[in-house]
Design a protein around this ligand. Structure first.
Ligand code: ADP
Ligand code: ADP
Length: 238
Protein backbone atom coordinates (compact mmCIF):
# COMPACT_ATOMS: atom_id res chain seq x y z
CA UNK A 1 0.00 0.00 0.00
CA UNK A 2 2.78 2.41 0.94
CA UNK A 3 6.42 1.70 0.34
CA UNK A 4 9.60 3.58 1.21
CA UNK A 5 12.73 2.79 -0.75
CA UNK A 6 16.21 3.84 0.37
CA UNK A 7 14.90 6.91 2.09
CA UNK A 8 17.40 9.39 3.48
CA UNK A 9 16.87 12.81 4.98
CA UNK A 10 19.62 15.27 5.78
CA UNK A 11 18.52 18.61 7.18
CA UNK A 12 20.32 21.74 5.98
CA UNK A 13 23.44 22.67 7.93
CA UNK A 14 23.68 19.29 9.70
CA UNK A 15 26.42 16.71 9.30
CA UNK A 16 24.46 13.50 9.87
CA UNK A 17 21.44 11.97 8.17
CA UNK A 18 18.27 12.28 10.28
CA UNK A 19 17.10 9.22 8.35
CA UNK A 20 19.59 6.96 6.63
CA UNK A 21 18.74 4.53 3.82
CA UNK A 22 15.47 3.27 5.30
CA UNK A 23 13.43 0.82 3.21
CA UNK A 24 10.13 -0.52 4.47
CA UNK A 25 6.63 -1.22 3.19
CA UNK A 26 3.26 -1.22 4.88
CA UNK A 27 0.08 -3.11 4.08
CA UNK A 28 -3.56 -2.29 4.72
CA UNK A 29 -4.69 -3.32 8.18
CA UNK A 30 -1.34 -3.10 9.93
CA UNK A 31 -1.02 -1.29 13.25
CA UNK A 32 2.60 -0.15 13.31
CA UNK A 33 4.42 1.57 16.16
CA UNK A 34 7.71 3.36 15.49
CA UNK A 35 10.02 3.24 18.49
CA UNK A 36 13.24 5.10 19.16
CA UNK A 37 14.85 7.57 21.50
CA UNK A 38 14.40 11.29 21.07
CA UNK A 39 16.27 12.34 17.92
CA UNK A 40 16.20 8.83 16.39
CA UNK A 41 14.30 10.07 13.32
CA UNK A 42 10.74 8.96 14.15
CA UNK A 43 9.12 12.27 13.37
CA UNK A 44 11.11 12.69 10.17
CA UNK A 45 10.03 9.18 9.11
CA UNK A 46 6.33 9.85 9.68
CA UNK A 47 6.53 13.20 7.91
CA UNK A 48 8.08 11.57 4.85
CA UNK A 49 5.03 9.33 4.48
CA UNK A 50 2.72 12.23 3.66
CA UNK A 51 5.55 14.39 2.35
CA UNK A 52 5.32 17.04 5.03
CA UNK A 53 9.04 16.31 4.75
CA UNK A 54 10.67 15.84 1.37
CA UNK A 55 13.41 13.18 1.49
CA UNK A 56 16.94 14.07 0.38
CA UNK A 57 17.05 10.81 -1.54
CA UNK A 58 14.93 7.71 -1.98
CA UNK A 59 11.33 7.31 -3.02
CA UNK A 60 7.90 6.85 -1.45
CA UNK A 61 5.28 4.85 -3.36
CA UNK A 62 1.55 4.92 -2.66
CA UNK A 63 -0.25 2.00 -4.33
CA UNK A 64 2.84 1.51 -6.48
CA UNK A 65 2.98 5.12 -7.71
CA UNK A 66 5.83 7.44 -6.71
CA UNK A 67 4.81 10.53 -4.75
CA UNK A 68 8.19 12.25 -4.61
CA UNK A 69 7.78 14.37 -7.72
CA UNK A 70 4.15 15.28 -7.26
CA UNK A 71 3.30 18.97 -7.19
CA UNK A 72 1.51 20.72 -4.31
CA UNK A 73 -1.91 20.09 -5.81
CA UNK A 74 -1.26 16.36 -6.28
CA UNK A 75 0.25 16.13 -2.81
CA UNK A 76 -2.96 17.49 -1.39
CA UNK A 77 -4.82 14.57 -3.01
CA UNK A 78 -2.32 12.17 -1.47
CA UNK A 79 -2.69 13.77 1.97
CA UNK A 80 -6.44 13.36 1.74
CA UNK A 81 -5.81 9.62 2.01
CA UNK A 82 -3.72 10.10 5.14
CA UNK A 83 -5.11 11.52 8.35
CA UNK A 84 -2.51 12.75 10.81
CA UNK A 85 -2.54 13.35 14.56
CA UNK A 86 0.06 15.31 16.50
CA UNK A 87 1.63 15.52 19.95
CA UNK A 88 0.28 19.02 20.54
CA UNK A 89 -3.02 18.29 18.81
CA UNK A 90 -2.74 21.23 16.34
CA UNK A 91 -6.28 22.36 17.10
CA UNK A 92 -7.68 25.86 17.04
CA UNK A 93 -8.26 26.56 20.77
CA UNK A 94 -11.03 29.13 20.50
CA UNK A 95 -13.09 27.11 18.08
CA UNK A 96 -15.61 24.40 18.92
CA UNK A 97 -15.11 20.67 18.60
CA UNK A 98 -17.34 20.64 15.51
CA UNK A 99 -15.52 23.56 13.87
CA UNK A 100 -12.15 21.95 14.50
CA UNK A 101 -13.25 18.69 12.96
CA UNK A 102 -14.69 20.52 9.95
CA UNK A 103 -11.28 22.16 9.30
CA UNK A 104 -10.03 18.65 8.53
CA UNK A 105 -12.42 18.38 5.63
CA UNK A 106 -10.91 21.24 3.71
CA UNK A 107 -7.56 21.88 5.29
CA UNK A 108 -6.38 24.82 7.26
CA UNK A 109 -6.36 27.26 4.36
CA UNK A 110 -10.09 27.09 3.97
CA UNK A 111 -10.93 27.79 7.57
CA UNK A 112 -12.65 31.01 6.50
CA UNK A 113 -15.46 28.75 5.33
CA UNK A 114 -15.37 27.38 8.80
CA UNK A 115 -15.76 30.80 10.42
CA UNK A 116 -18.82 31.62 8.41
CA UNK A 117 -20.23 28.11 8.62
CA UNK A 118 -20.29 27.32 4.91
CA UNK A 119 -20.66 23.58 5.04
CA UNK A 120 -23.00 21.23 3.28
CA UNK A 121 -25.38 19.05 5.24
CA UNK A 122 -23.34 16.04 4.17
CA UNK A 123 -20.12 17.54 5.51
CA UNK A 124 -21.79 18.35 8.81
CA UNK A 125 -23.16 14.85 9.02
CA UNK A 126 -19.73 13.27 8.42
CA UNK A 127 -18.19 15.52 11.06
CA UNK A 128 -20.84 14.61 13.62
CA UNK A 129 -20.37 10.93 12.81
CA UNK A 130 -16.62 10.96 13.52
CA UNK A 131 -17.15 13.05 16.67
CA UNK A 132 -19.55 10.36 17.81
CA UNK A 133 -16.97 7.69 16.89
CA UNK A 134 -14.44 9.24 19.27
CA UNK A 135 -17.01 9.58 22.06
CA UNK A 136 -17.48 13.35 22.09
CA UNK A 137 -21.01 13.72 20.75
CA UNK A 138 -22.05 15.54 23.93
CA UNK A 139 -19.39 18.19 23.33
CA UNK A 140 -20.03 19.34 19.75
CA UNK A 141 -20.17 23.03 20.59
CA UNK A 142 -17.63 23.16 23.39
CA UNK A 143 -14.55 25.24 22.75
CA UNK A 144 -11.52 23.02 22.42
CA UNK A 145 -9.54 25.17 24.90
CA UNK A 146 -11.89 23.99 27.66
CA UNK A 147 -11.27 20.29 27.06
CA UNK A 148 -8.84 17.93 28.80
CA UNK A 149 -5.74 16.66 26.97
CA UNK A 150 -7.35 13.32 26.21
CA UNK A 151 -10.47 15.00 24.86
CA UNK A 152 -8.35 17.30 22.71
CA UNK A 153 -6.61 14.32 21.15
CA UNK A 154 -10.02 12.74 20.49
CA UNK A 155 -10.88 15.87 18.53
CA UNK A 156 -7.55 15.51 16.71
CA UNK A 157 -8.45 11.94 15.80
CA UNK A 158 -11.93 12.93 14.60
CA UNK A 159 -10.41 15.68 12.44
CA UNK A 160 -7.95 13.20 10.96
CA UNK A 161 -10.73 10.76 10.13
CA UNK A 162 -13.38 13.09 8.73
CA UNK A 163 -12.07 12.73 5.19
CA UNK A 164 -12.25 8.95 5.48
CA UNK A 165 -8.55 8.35 4.92
CA UNK A 166 -7.12 4.87 4.39
CA UNK A 167 -4.05 5.66 6.44
CA UNK A 168 -3.75 7.20 9.90
CA UNK A 169 -0.39 8.66 10.90
CA UNK A 170 0.51 9.75 14.42
CA UNK A 171 3.52 11.81 15.49
CA UNK A 172 3.85 11.11 19.23
CA UNK A 173 0.09 11.53 19.75
CA UNK A 174 0.17 10.49 23.41
CA UNK A 175 3.46 12.07 24.48
CA UNK A 176 1.68 14.96 26.24
CA UNK A 177 -0.83 12.75 28.04
CA UNK A 178 -0.68 10.92 31.37
CA UNK A 179 -0.28 7.11 31.16
CA UNK A 180 -3.95 6.32 31.86
CA UNK A 181 -5.18 8.73 29.21
CA UNK A 182 -2.51 7.51 26.78
CA UNK A 183 -3.89 4.00 27.20
CA UNK A 184 -7.45 5.17 26.52
CA UNK A 185 -6.31 6.93 23.36
CA UNK A 186 -4.50 3.81 22.15
CA UNK A 187 -7.57 1.69 22.86
CA UNK A 188 -9.60 4.10 20.75
CA UNK A 189 -7.01 4.07 17.96
CA UNK A 190 -6.96 0.27 17.93
CA UNK A 191 -10.76 0.19 17.87
CA UNK A 192 -10.98 2.60 14.95
CA UNK A 193 -8.19 0.70 13.20
CA UNK A 194 -10.09 -2.57 13.50
CA UNK A 195 -13.43 -1.08 12.55
CA UNK A 196 -12.28 1.01 9.57
CA UNK A 197 -9.52 -1.29 8.31
CA UNK A 198 -7.01 1.57 8.48
CA UNK A 199 -3.30 1.28 8.06
CA UNK A 200 -2.11 2.94 11.27
CA UNK A 201 1.49 4.14 11.75
CA UNK A 202 2.29 5.83 15.05
CA UNK A 203 5.41 7.13 16.78
CA UNK A 204 5.61 6.39 20.43
CA UNK A 205 8.44 6.36 22.92
CA UNK A 206 6.68 4.11 25.44
CA UNK A 207 7.76 0.55 24.62
CA UNK A 208 4.94 -0.94 26.68
CA UNK A 209 2.27 0.83 24.65
CA UNK A 210 3.87 -0.38 21.43
CA UNK A 211 4.09 -3.96 22.73
CA UNK A 212 0.47 -3.92 23.89
CA UNK A 213 -1.16 -2.48 20.78
CA UNK A 214 1.05 -2.84 17.72
CA UNK A 215 0.90 -5.68 15.20
CA UNK A 216 4.37 -4.63 14.07
CA UNK A 217 7.19 -2.63 15.61
CA UNK A 218 9.81 -0.65 13.75
CA UNK A 219 12.73 0.72 15.75
CA UNK A 220 15.00 3.54 14.66
CA UNK A 221 18.36 4.49 16.10
CA UNK A 222 20.31 7.51 14.90
CA UNK A 223 18.35 7.44 11.65
CA UNK A 224 18.91 3.74 10.96
CA UNK A 225 16.27 1.04 10.96
CA UNK A 226 17.43 -1.43 13.62
CA UNK A 227 14.32 -3.59 14.10
CA UNK A 228 11.28 -4.50 12.03
CA UNK A 229 9.07 -7.32 13.25
CA UNK A 230 6.36 -8.55 15.59
CA UNK A 231 6.23 -7.14 19.14
CA UNK A 232 7.00 -10.57 20.64
CA UNK A 233 10.45 -10.47 19.05
CA UNK A 234 11.32 -6.97 20.19
CA UNK A 235 13.65 -6.65 23.15
CA UNK A 236 14.29 -3.42 25.02
CA UNK A 237 18.03 -3.30 24.41
CA UNK A 238 17.45 -3.05 20.69
P1 ADP B 1 12.49 11.91 16.77
O1 ADP B 1 11.13 12.16 16.24
O2 ADP B 1 12.82 10.45 16.87
O3 ADP B 1 12.76 12.63 18.05
P2 ADP B 1 13.40 13.64 14.61
O4 ADP B 1 12.97 13.04 13.34
O5 ADP B 1 12.61 14.76 15.17
O6 ADP B 1 13.54 12.47 15.71
O7 ADP B 1 14.91 14.14 14.46
C1 ADP B 1 15.95 13.34 13.91
C2 ADP B 1 17.22 14.16 13.84
O8 ADP B 1 17.08 15.25 12.94
C3 ADP B 1 17.62 14.78 15.18
O9 ADP B 1 19.02 14.76 15.27
C4 ADP B 1 17.11 16.20 15.06
O10 ADP B 1 17.87 17.08 15.86
C5 ADP B 1 17.29 16.48 13.59
N1 ADP B 1 16.29 17.46 13.08
C6 ADP B 1 14.95 17.33 13.10
N2 ADP B 1 14.35 18.37 12.52
C7 ADP B 1 15.34 19.19 12.09
C8 ADP B 1 15.37 20.43 11.38
N3 ADP B 1 14.25 21.04 10.99
N4 ADP B 1 16.59 20.98 11.12
C9 ADP B 1 17.73 20.37 11.50
N5 ADP B 1 17.76 19.20 12.15
C10 ADP B 1 16.60 18.61 12.45
P1 ADP C 1 0.63 22.96 3.31
O1 ADP C 1 -0.62 22.44 2.67
O2 ADP C 1 1.40 23.91 2.43
O3 ADP C 1 1.48 21.87 3.89
P2 ADP C 1 -1.09 24.04 5.38
O4 ADP C 1 -1.28 25.51 5.56
O5 ADP C 1 -2.18 23.21 4.83
O6 ADP C 1 0.25 23.88 4.55
O7 ADP C 1 -0.63 23.42 6.79
C1 ADP C 1 0.38 23.99 7.55
C2 ADP C 1 0.56 23.16 8.80
O8 ADP C 1 -0.68 23.05 9.50
C3 ADP C 1 1.00 21.73 8.51
O9 ADP C 1 1.99 21.36 9.44
C4 ADP C 1 -0.22 20.90 8.68
O10 ADP C 1 0.10 19.62 9.22
C5 ADP C 1 -1.04 21.69 9.65
N1 ADP C 1 -2.47 21.57 9.34
C6 ADP C 1 -3.00 21.34 8.15
N2 ADP C 1 -4.34 21.29 8.21
C7 ADP C 1 -4.66 21.53 9.49
C8 ADP C 1 -5.86 21.61 10.19
N3 ADP C 1 -7.02 21.42 9.59
N4 ADP C 1 -5.81 21.88 11.50
C9 ADP C 1 -4.66 22.04 12.10
N5 ADP C 1 -3.48 21.96 11.52
C10 ADP C 1 -3.47 21.71 10.22
Amino acid sequence: MIELKHLSVRYPRTVQDALSDVSVSFQKGEFVCILGKSGAGKSTFIRCLNRLQKPTSGEVFLDGLPIMDKNEFEIRQVRREMGMIFQHFNLIPRMSVLQNVLTGTFGYRHSLRNLVGLFTAKELESAKQVIDDVGLSEMLHRRVENLSGGQKQRVGIARALVQQPRILLGDEPVASLDPGTANHIFTLLKDLHDRLGLLTVINVHDINLAKRYASRIIALKEGHLIFDGIPENFTENE
